[in-house]
Design a protein around this ligand. Structure first.
Ligand code: FEO
Ligand code: CA
Ligand code: CA
Ligand code: CA
Length: 604
């Protein structure tokens, strides 16, 4: 069934054309406004942003750098007010400081950078009749940085692999870093994934213990990966002094915004990888009703897709008791990793050419890695590895399980309408190159520059599934692309899918990072069902050098996080490539943007 202009329901808007403007470009008839920018005050007493005179203390009370995920959680008893929860993934110091010396940060710069990381909780007030959101600087707000205490739970907690000189008990970790994508739980908390944590630790080459060294190598720690050089000022980040500190990052973190004094948690039962978020699905009926399943991707070339099936069932309501019970859900259950097999593997030649059946499809299995019982006892399902080792060196465990090496699994999320799961496989230009795995049915192109989106039909609690590729991204005119079977002459070109979300009509929305088709990145709506399946329309584009993150699509507004505007080669704060959002000769500032349709709903 089609909407009024023939588009899928909820996708009635004039698509935004590919462009390289230094602006957020939105469809005709829509409006936009900044919600919050890097440096805007969040905590009471925080100063206004002053680019040239930034301090660690100011930054610790202000909105952090490089916003990635955004979520809105209603505030009980305060109509039209929400907690806006946002993670601040990473810093690019050359865009934060003029005159920045790449190999010689000052301690002041390093400490500003630490304070610009983490997670922000900020109360926002909605203006009814519009999509506008206005931050409220007050007691509900919170900044979690690279120094905030976290409680480590699950099999890794207390193990020898995570003990350090500052934390001999191995259960209290300072800070969260490299948080990428995220999800909201039905119990009112935010989940966020610690992703490229290898970029924060120095002196990997000085580690001598063989098992520790192997663990560091499997997670791509190397001296050259240490972009931030924090280890010069804080020995936690110097692997020669604290080799186990690296094992305390790479987890799914959970934050309860309803209590700004609560201690956030790192969940090791979900494994340690370059987590691109986790998103939960709750089984709605049948004997497994109330079982919570968390899906997560490991975003690096040739890494895996995971799920965690809880044994503790969800308790309804948002009381403190229910939230406490529910915050233990991700600590009781079994972690699995996915293997994908194709229906017609012989038809895959690495070119992306469709098999004779007309689509890439197949079956898959989930292999058990680790189980945690209600009494806290944990069991490894991987020969030769203890539960602690599986929780900390999850990649090696998944290697042993023979899981399928994917093209960089980014965001993964179940449709609340159908329960089908969608994972953005963003790209992998090393696929099929010398010494690397060649194309397979689920990753059908060698030197894959544009990525694909896989659709998984899982019964959630079991060990078998079926799958197909919804999109094989790239130039619709090219033979190696597929848009769900839709007429490719009538779609917007999409490249490098990263985050996925759903609108109230059941459409998938996809934000991109790294568009390989000579356009800025953007946000796209993709129809999933009926005769419009595969219809793809670009809703907005972000400024030069930016990637599109966030996103939230509800009836009243679209929210996107514009991450790293102006981040282009040969540019820096001394020579900005972008002046978004403030214009003139201003420095670019990562920001959250609200878009809405005056007097109407999104896409209607
Ligand atoms: Fe930070 Fe996988 O994107
Ligand atoms: Ca991402
Ligand atoms: Ca998502
Ligand atoms: Ca990405």
């Amino acid at each position: 069934s089609a909407g009024p202009d023939g588009a899928a329901p909820g996708m009635t808007f004039d698509p935004v054309a590919a462009n390289t403007q230094d602006a957020v470009v939105i469809p005709d008839g829509y409006r936009q406004e900044i919600v919050i920018r890097w440096g805007d005050p969040v905590l009471p007493g925080a100063p206004q942003f002053d680019f040239a005179n930034q301090t660690p203390e100011a930054q610790a009370g202000q909105f952090g750098f490089n916003n990635d995920f955004a979520g809105l959680i209603p505030i009980d008893g305060v109509p039209n007010h929400h907690y806006l929860v946002v993670n601040q993934e990473y810093t690019t110091e050359q865009f934060m400081f003029t005159g920045y010396q790449e190999k010689a940060p000052t301690e002041q710069q390093a400490r500003i950078s630490m304070a610009a990381h983490g997670i922000t909780v900020v109360e926002v007030a909605a203006t009814p009749g519009t999509g506008k959101l206005t931050p409220v600087v007050g007691q509900r707000n919170r900044r979690i940085t690279a120094s905030t205490p976290f409680r480590l739970v699950g099999p890794a907690a207390g193990s020898a692999l995570v003990k350090t000189s500052a934390d001999p008990a191995g259960d209290t970790v300072l800070g969260t870093i490299a948080n990428c994508s995220g999800g909201l739980t039905p119990w009112g908390t935010m989940l966020s994934g610690e992703e490229n944590f290898n970029n924060y630790f120095g002196n990997a080459s000085k580690v001598t213990d063989q098992a520790t060294k192997a663990g560091l190598e499997r997670y791509s720690f190397e001296d050259d990966a240490d972009y931030h050089l924090w280890g010069r000022f804080d020995k936690r980040f110097d692997l020669a002094q604290e080799p186990n500190e690296a094992n305390r990052f790479g987890y799914i973190v959970e934050v309860d915004p309803h209590d700004p004094t609560s201690t956030p948690v790192k969940h090791s039962a979900l494994g340690r990888l370059k987590h691109e978020s986790a998103n939960v699905y709750v089984v709605g009926s049948g004997p497994d009703e109330g079982t919570v399943v968390a899906y997560s991707g490991d975003d690096e070339k040739f890494e895996y897709i995971y799920k965690f099936v809880s044994t503790r069932r969800i308790k309804s309501g948002l009381s403190k008791a229910a939230r406490t019970h529910n915050m233990g859900i991700l600590n009781e259950g079994t972690l699995y990793v996915a293997t994908f097999t194709g229906d017609d593997p012989g038809a895959v030649d690495g070119s992306g050419k469709l098999p004779a059946s007309g689509s890439f499809a197949g079956r898959g299995t989930w292999a058990k890695l680790l189980t945690v019982d209600a009494d806290g006892k944990s069991t490894s399902h991987v020969a030769g590895m203890t539960p602690e080792q599986v929780a900390v060196w999850t990649r090696q465990a998944a290697d042993k399980a023979g899981a399928t090496k994917m093209d960089r699994p980014e965001d993964i999320e179940a449709s609340p309408r159908t329960g089908k799961i969608y994972c953005a496989l963003t790209n992998n230009d090393d696929r099929g190159t010398s010494g690397e795995a060649a194309a397979d049915s689920a990753n059908p192109r060698n030197e894959n520059k544009n990525g694909q989106i896989i659709e998984i039909t899982d019964d959630h609690v079991g060990t078998e599934f079926t799958w197909d590729l919804l999109l094989v991204c790239g130039d619709p005119a090219a033979a190696d692309t597929y848009y769900g079977g839709f007429d490719k002459t009538k779609v917007s070109a999409i490249s490098c899918p990263d985050n996925v979300a759903f609108d109230p009509h059941g459409n998938l929305w996809v934000s991109t990072d790294g568009n390989a088709l000579d356009s800025n990145d953007g946000l796209f709506a993709v129809a999933l069902d009926g005769d419009r399946r595969g219809e793809t329309k670009q809703f907005l584009t972000v400024p030069k050098g930016a990637e599109t993150c966030g996103p939230i699509i509800d009836r009243d507004r679209v929210i996107v996080c514009v991450q790293h505007p102006g981040e282009e080669d040969d540019h820096s704060a001394d020579n900005p490539a972008s002046h978004w959002p403030d214009g003139g000769s201003s420095q670019p500032r990562p920001s959250v943007v609200a878009v809405w349709k005056d007097g109407g709903s999104i896409g209607v």
